[in-house]
Design a protein around this ligand. Structure first.
Ligand code: DQA
Length: 141
């Protein structure tokens, strides 16, 4: 059973970037915790600041993996291309956000990706990723 967490731009700065909004845990520490907790699932990770690299990764895993947990970060609100990639693949995608994007600026209220996903988990901090993993497990992963 294979899941992949795909993180978009600036999420490599987790832990140092606006800790009041995004928490103080680094991405590496967080992924370590998650992998140690769900040892019977293979959980890959990919992060890029580059839109096309995110699209290529979605295409690459999108007919092979059992699930994708996608935080496209700022591209969520701008990228028709990432939305189309999610629409084009067979693997189900759960969109996640660390912060409650609906409690923030209006431009963060729109997602070009959400219409093509199984669902969206928003605003639970890093726990959003774990809730997404749980949703795949509950659905029979
Ligand atoms: C984010 C929310 C986005 O609006 C923002 O651009 C991010 C992170 C989140 O996880 O809360 O970079 O996707």
């Amino acid at each position: 059973k294979k899941l992949i967490i795909i993180n978009g731009p600036n999420l490599n700065l987790l832990g140092t970037r606006e800790p009041d909004v995004y928490g103080s845990l680094t991405l590496v520490d967080f992924l370590e915790t998650i992998k140690n907790k769900y040892t019977n699932i293979e959980i890959d990770h990919f992060q890029s600041n580059i839109e096309g690299e995110l699209i290529s990764k979605i295409q690459e895993v999108g007919f092979d993996f059992d699930g994708i947990i996608l935080n496209a970060a700022a591209y969520t609100h701008t990228s028709v291309g990432i939305g189309d990639a999610v629409r084009a693949i067979a693997t189900p995608v759960v969109e996640v956000h660390i912060s409650n994007t609906f409690a923030r600026e209006d431009f963060r209220h729109q997602s070009f990706i959400a219409p093509h996903t199984k669902g969206v988990i928003v605003g639970f901090g890093l726990q959003s990723y774990e809730l997404a993993i749980q949703s795949f497990i509950n659905d029979g992963l």
